[in-house]
Design a protein around this ligand. Structure first.
Ligand code: G6Q
Length: 544
């Protein structure tokens, strides 16, 4: 544990970083590039097939060396080792944090509470493989003897966002005669629309819930069971049409799912870090076991890179530290994630949970109120779509928004000029953000004086460019792990517990109180604040 690390602003690198910030905060990227013609080659790193260009950041070599010093003083190295060793670094829940064990190859050994967890991981992976092969080949039959053609994952948060994102990202590799859908919201519309055009006898539900008690998931799971029973009219249908992914055998059995059709994971897998555990069953069904294992291998390669590469060439460390620089010195509030890859359309949504649920914390590990900023807001859309909406603000607005551009050199769908046009736009956006267009340049185009300010781009807007050869399952694993470990790096610097999520609890408790007040009506005396009482009364009055 690294509790004896001084508070962030008391670490030796902090004051020099502040002084350095004051010195370079107005320095323009135009000057930085003019002073160092090789900057765009020099300030890049390539590792395990990921090319990371960080030259368009408002940094100098001194910035980086101070940030590396800060990382050292924050005990990052020791903290990385603690995580990989399976120490209980999620201190508020007293849990190990071992998503890295989910992608550890056979033969490795990681011991938690006296037990090697790697063989267990591989037993579940083998069980998933057998099941997936039966579903994909049509050998697994529904209650009426028909093969499964539709698979619906019911889960929410960490039990949904990873699977949806991975399914969309790897759709190119998916078995196209299977329909995959994802139901998460307790809003009945989500379920109703998901099953509208499907036949229950050809549909398999995967109930994905670590706890198997989550309100949304259990409500949707019961609705799914009612639908299946109503159509297939026999309790035995449940065993053919439902499987579970959970840590809670008791609740799975109570629901009526045959526990031989349960795929296990463990309390040392956090929800938002679980897409490569059994929670990835829908992904494996879609893309097949081999591709799934290739994705795990990608994750593992990034794990090893993070664990062993010197900070100067360590992709997640670099990315995490650049985030600290903007968040804690420039005071930037958000980060835009801009994949130039349609298949990554759910990647920003996935990253929102990963980054903000992990690092949106207000106290340090020892419970002290934090006196500095933690997680920035992550948001984004695939390019080029975003260019025609919010990019205006990134280029000319009053807020500085660092951007992550993510692109792939080879397209998965070759269609005429499309890919060159797509990538030209990505490179152009990063260029325009960094270098802008001066009033003189605008004037030289013949723009009338009154219009010049409107058409001026001040530039100096920072971005990273992540360039990968091709979007493969392996590449996706690397990309997700890159962000996971960058979040970890930042959590270590901020000295917070990146693996708990107490902030979601209060709303759940209050909803539990309000549910009977809405369902059973007026006999409940309302004891909320005046606004909540009035809203509930209005709802009751008009709900009929
Ligand atoms: C993730 C969170 C949260 C969780 C969901 C679903 O890190 O813990 O998003 O994944 O609340 O929980 P269950 O899997 O237990 O249903």
């Amino acid at each position: 544990m690294t509790m004896n690390i001084p508070q962030l602003t008391k670490r030796a690198a902090w004051q020099p970083l502040e002084a350095h910030y004051t010195k370079i905060r107005n320095m323009h990227l135009r000057k930085l590039f003019a002073d160092d013609p090789k900057r765009g080659e020099r300030m890049t790193t390539e590792a395990i097939g990921i090319y990371f260009d960080y030259s368009k950041h408002r940094i100098t070599d001194e910035t980086l060396s101070l940030l590396f010093q800060l990382a050292e003083e924050s005990g990052l190295r020791a903290r990385i080792d603690s995580m990989f060793r399976g120490e209980k670094i999620n201190i508020t829940e007293k849990r190990a944090v071992l998503h890295t064990a989910l992608r550890a190859p056979k033969g490795k050994s990681i011991v938690v509470d006296g037990e090697d967890v790697v063989p267990k991981v591989h037993t579940v992976l083998d069980k998933m493989t057998g099941f997936c092969n039966r579903v994909r080949s049509g050998e697994w039959k529904g209650h009426t003897g028909k093969p499964i053609r539709n698979v619906i994952n019911i889960g929410i948060g960490g039990s949904d966002l990873g699977p949806v994102m991975a399914y969309e990202a790897l759709r190119h590799y998916s078995q196209r005669d299977l329909t995959l859908r994802f139901v998460s919201n307790i809003d009945g519309t989500d379920f109703a629309e998901a099953i509208r055009d499907l036949a229950a006898e050809e549909t398999l539900f995967i109930i994905s819930s670590k706890t198997f008690t989550t309100l949304e998931t259990m409500t949707n799971a019961h609705t799914a069971r009612d639908w299946v029973l109503k159509t297939l009219r026999h309790p035995a249908a449940v065993a053919r049409h439902f499987v579970a992914i959970s840590t809670n055998v008791g609740e799975v059995a109570k629901f009526g799912i045959d526990t031989t059709n349960m795929f296990e994971f463990w309390d040392w897998v956090g929800g938002r870090y679980s897409m490569d555990s059994a929670i990835g069953l829908s992904t494996m069904i879609a893309i097949g076991p081999e591709n799934f294992r290739a994705m795990l291998d990608g994750f593992h390669q990034m794990d090893e890179h993070f664990r062993t590469a010197p900070f100067e060439r360590n992709l997640p460390v670099l990315m995490g530290l650049l985030g600290i620089w903007y968040n804690n010195f420039f005071g930037m509030q958000t980060v835009a994630v801009l994949p130039y890859e349609q298949y990554l359309k759910r990647f920003p949504a996935y990253l929102q949970q990963l980054t903000m649920e992990s690092n949106g914390k207000h106290v340090t590990l020892d419970g002290t109120e934090i006196g500095y900023q933690t997680a920035p807001i992550y948001w984004g859309e695939p390019g080029t779509n975003g260019q025609h909406s919010f990019y205006q603000m990134i280029h000319q607005g009053t807020k500085l928004i660092p951007c992550d551009f993510i692109g792939f050199i080879q397209p998965l769908n070759h269609l005429g000029r499309h890919h060159d046009l797509l990538m030209a736009n990505m490179f152009a956006q990063a260029e325009a953000l960094a270098f802008g267009k001066t009033p003189q340049e605008v004037q030289a185009d013949g723009t009338p004086a009154w219009l010049v300010p409107h058409k001026t781009f001040e530039g100096n807007r920072p971005s990273s460019t992540i360039l990968v050869k091709r979007l493969t399952p392996e590449a996706l694993g690397k990309l997700v792990a890159l962000y996971e470990h960058s979040v970890f790096t930042q959590g270590a610097i901020w000295q917070i517990d990146s693996f708990d999520q107490w902030g979601v609890e209060l709303g759940k408790v209050l909803a539990g109180r309000i549910i009977p007040e809405l369902e059973t009506g007026t006999e409940h005396q309302l004891k909320h604040d005046n606004s909540t009482n009035t809203l509930i009364q209005r709802y009751r009055r008009y709900k009929k």
